[in-house]
Design a protein around this ligand. Sequence first.
Ligand SMILES: NC(=O)c1ccc[n+]([C@@H]2O[C@H](COP(=O)([O-])OP(=O)(O)OC[C@H]3O[C@@H](n4cnc5c(N)ncnc54)[C@H](OP(=O)(O)O)[C@@H]3O)[C@@H](O)[C@H]2O)c1
Length: 341
Amino acid sequence: MKGPKEFSVPRLGTGTWAWGNKVVWGYDISMDAELGRAYEAARRLTACDQASNGAGALFDTGDSYGTGRLSGRSEVLLGEFGERHRSEDDDGEGEEALLATKLATYPWRVTRRSMVSACEASLRRLKVDKVGLAQIHWPASNYNPLQEQALWRGLGDIYDGGLARAVGVSNYGPKQLKKIHAYLAGRGVPLATCQVQLSLLSYGPMQKELVAVCADLGVTLIAYSPLALGLLTGKYGEGGAKAPTAIRSLAFRKAAPKCGPLLRELERVGEECGGLTQGQVALAWCVAKGTVPIPGAKTAAQVEQNFGALGADLTASQCAALERAAEESGARVQQNIFQTE
Ligand SMILES: NC(=O)c1ccc[n+]([C@@H]2O[C@H](COP(=O)([O-])OP(=O)(O)OC[C@H]3O[C@@H](n4cnc5c(N)ncnc54)[C@H](OP(=O)(O)O)[C@@H]3O)[C@@H](O)[C@H]2O)c1
């Protein structure tokens, strides 16, 4: 997928919210060696995906990722893994990773300069001079329109100042997306991406409209939580395992008991496709909708399985059957409270 000049996005990325997050994901520093292997697997598999047209491996992160003393840990780990990768890349010919960070809309970030400073701090943690993609993590328009204006200006300044190859937004609905797109276009800044919660359990009117608006504007739509926090892998559904942390149990509480019919349909389509797992079918569905899914992963095995989704090319009737099963199950995951229209 192409955005601004010299910016391209692979067909599938890797989410790193869990890297440093004890509260939701049960992270512990003893997991770092395996996270490093997950990082290398994502780089290798992106390079092997011919249809990604030479785009670097996409890692989605954020300056708010990492809990408590581990604040910023996800960016720090990506910085360390990237540095090690560069030192081991003998000929220096390998594609650069596409580091996509999100700058949090903290209440104290109320000036355009504070966005630029935030991006500079991310660059230090990520150990790069320029980030692949800088995104506004969530809009402030619903509760602080003045701050929202500062975020837009700051994002434009980040691009103009050469701190990011491209810029994007997250948790913006179609209306708000059109507004920021027009503002940035007026400054000659291309809006490359829009990131939203999108999966078979999060595909309502807003997401459907966003798919159409992004296609119209030439903005790449990034699908976050494409596995519904792991629910669509089948391991936590009806009669499945208990979620590893209390917060995830809470997130699954309403959807898990209802998603049996959808999980069975994912299994059926997986068999039709020659033996894909339920999670792989869920990711292949995101790709078929024209989005770039960024499944979170904590092990190399999960990354390898997730990239296996790219081997499938779901038909329109398989997609429709999956959407019908999702609709009929009545299962939905909680929407992000900051998501706008
Ligand atoms: N912009 C935003 O506001 C926002 C919000 C949320 C997320 N995001 C981004 O989107 C990324 C992905 O979303 P997410 O992490 O919330 O949820 P997700 O991708 O729907 O689910 C990720 C979880 O599913 C499980 N999993 C992944 N691959 C698997 C496999 N092959 N087999 C079995 N289990 C597998 C893992 O957890 P277990 O192994 O523990 O089950 C993993 O942590 C995040 O990491 C973050 O970068 C952005």
